[in-house]
Design a protein around this ligand. Structure first.
Ligand SMILES: Cc1ncc(COP(=O)(O)O)c(C=O)c1O
Length: 417
């Protein structure tokens, strides 16, 4: 895959914007299916578990469910989205670093199949919830036991001290503690980092995760009925970056699995690949309409109706996504900042990006917006309408989230007396 905008041609993007208004998120179902198939080819016999945090729209997630994926929810809200997408409760895992007692009880009552536990205290709270509700829970222990080489990545969960999972001391303390009667420890979960482009590093991570899983299972005196590995596969956002080399990844993963799956510890274990970004990022485009083009002290500003309230990620992560003027590929390029409608200079969705001539009424498309897009916006800041989301599948297209109206943000605000 290249960094280019998704396969939807300019005429289709224009028609979508005209029909559904801007700003707008559009997703290409075929691209999601392709990404899922490509990942499974690299990681066979793993099953993908789709991380709703990347994009919680149930219709998009249902594309993956139909391809055989399971679901990874990190809150009761994401659990509701997974149920709405049609995932069987047994195929849903509840993870996340801070689960409330209400969320644990809700998940148990919903029949969630598996829990990832992040600390002994959380395990005890889950145990108490099980006792209260007369339920049992299958649990994986999340490991934070080694420092992999994720040096340059911003989205690191292990390596430096973090709030995630069990480090070696916490694991040893868990092993020494009394067993819980309602929570069965039967799995190991490793998620190190997000946005990894280096295929060799992902394979090294897998090898380390499997070795650590064997060690942890030995220490805890448990069999591994499930191993969950989060590969953190990234996608290229910037010029000069490349998507992970999947051919290399497949070769390296095979070498690791040929060796690791010989171990008795993994006999009969269910293997899950927990990921979001790679499955949906490239399938999504964020479309905004240009309202004004201005020059201020020699610098060009393209002012659009889409801002960081709708699409925060570039400002939050400090880098652009691929950005283009729809239907205008050629011509002389010059730098511009693409800005939104908010009353703050941080409302910039692409900074110093090279764009051709652009005028009011044009559409600007921001690519690779399918993951951590809509879901990461500053939705209520300055009370603009929230965009619709549209799922395109070949010739079909479906609104999978309606655009909000002007006053919809007041829905949960009681009347002023
Ligand atoms: C525990 C866990 N699982 C899965 C994911 C999804 O990662 P990605 O979207 O990079 O595949 C994340 C992302 O932060 C995570 O923290």
């Amino acid at each position: 895959m290249s960094r280019d905008l998704p396969a939807l041609p300019p005429a289709r993007l224009r028609a979508l914007a005209a029909r559904h208004g801007t700003p707008l998120y559009a997703y290409d179902a075929a691209a999601v299916r392709r990404a899922h198939a490509a990942v499974l080819r690299c990681f066979a016999p793993f099953r993908a578990s789709y991380s709703f945090k990347a994009n919680p729209n149930p219709h998009l997630a249902a594309v993956l469910r139909r391809q055989g994926a399971a679901a990874d929810a990190a809150s009761a809200g994401e659990l509701c989205a997974a149920l709405a997408a049609g995932f069987a409760p047994a195929d849903i895992t509840l993870g996340g670093p801070a689960k409330g007692d209400d969320e644990l009880a809700f998940a148990l009552a919903a029949g969630v199949g598996h829990f990832v536990v992040e600390s002994a205290a959380e395990l005890d709270r889950l145990e108490r919830a099980c006792r209260r509700l007369g339920r049992r829970a299958a649990c994986s222990v999340r490991l934070n036991t080694y420092a992999a080489g994720h040096g340059g990545l911003r989205e690191r969960m292990t390596g430096p001290p973090t709030k995630f999972g069990f480090d070696r001391a916490a694991l040893a303390a868990l092993a020494a503690s009394r067993p819980r009667r309602h929570c069965r420890l039967c799995g190991v979960h490793v998620y190190n980092a997000s946005g990894i482009l280096d295929a060799a590093l992902v394979a090294r991570d897998l090898a380390a995760a499997m070795a650590e899983a064997r060690r942890a299972a030995g220490l805890l005196g448990m069999g591994i009925s499930r191993l969950t590995f989060g590969p953190g596969l990234g996608v290229a956002y910037l010029p000069g970056q490349r998507d992970p080399d999947l051919a290399l990844l497949a070769r390296r993963v095979k070498t690791v699995l040929d060796r690791e799956l010989q171990h008795e510890a993994f006999r009969g274990a269910e293997l899950q690949l927990e990921l979001g970004r790679y499955l949906v990022a490239a399938a999504g485009v964020f479309l905004t309409r240009v309202l004004d083009v201005k020059t201020c002290r020699g610098k060009r500003f393209v002012v659009t109706d889409g801002g960081i309230n709708h699409f925060l990620r570039p400002a939050l992560m400090g880098h652009n996504h691929p950005t283009a003027v729809v239907g205008r590929a050629g011509g002389r390029l010059a730098a511009a900042d693409v800005c939104g409608p908010l009353c703050t200079p941080i409302d910039t969705i692409a900074r110093n990006v090279m764009l051709p001539r652009v005028t009011a009424g044009d559409l600007v498309a921001v690519g690779r917006a399918g993951a951590y897009g809509f879901t990461m916006g500053l939705q209520s800041f300055i009370s603009h309408r929230m965009p619709a989301e549209v799922l395109v599948d070949g010739r079909e297209e479906r609104v999978i989230r309606r655009r909000t109206g002007f006053g919809d943000g007041l829905a949960n605000v009681p009347p002023v007396r």
